[in-house]
Design a protein around this ligand. Structure first.
Ligand SMILES: [Zn+2]
Length: 130
């Protein structure tokens, strides 16, 4: 098999229980890209932004991001479990962050905001949150 994340060939143990499941990523990538819900709080005027992301300290390529985005369901389930659906929830990516100075000022007033993303972005440079 060819790993969807690192494009290296890898072998799989074939036995009856794995007959109808196809492993798309190699054991090394399975370990490296294991999704973990990370959490940060960004204090803002009269509130906070809870920031959840799955991958910290990894620079994901476009194809890796596209493949791993299937793991975002973990955050959706977490938000439901933690009863955070009454927060204003915003999915952020690099493209949206480029314009955050334009749209971010409009959501600060909500006070209770959740940002989530696949990989961690540094939000400390954003002036509207300071
Ligand atoms: Zn791999």
């Amino acid at each position: 098999m060819i790993c969807k994340l690192c494009n290296q060939a890898f072998l799989i143990d074939e036995h009856f229980s794995s007959l109808f499941t196809f492993k798309n990523i190699c054991p090394q990538c399975d370990n490296i890209y294991k999704p973990v819900i990370n959490f940060e709080v960004v204090p803002i005027y009269q509130g906070e932004i809870r920031y959840y992301y799955l991958y910290n300290d990894l620079k994901l390529s476009f194809y890796q991001s596209r493949y791993l985005s299937r793991n975002l369901g973990l955050i959706y389930k977490f938000l439901i479990k933690e009863k955070l659906l009454n927060y204003s929830i915003v999915f952020i990516d690099l493209e949206l962050l480029e314009t955050i100075e334009d749209w971010g000022i409009h959501i600060i007033g909500f006070g209770r905001i959740v940002f989530f993303s696949l990989e961690r972005y540094d939000l400390s440079w954003i002036k509207i949150f300071q």
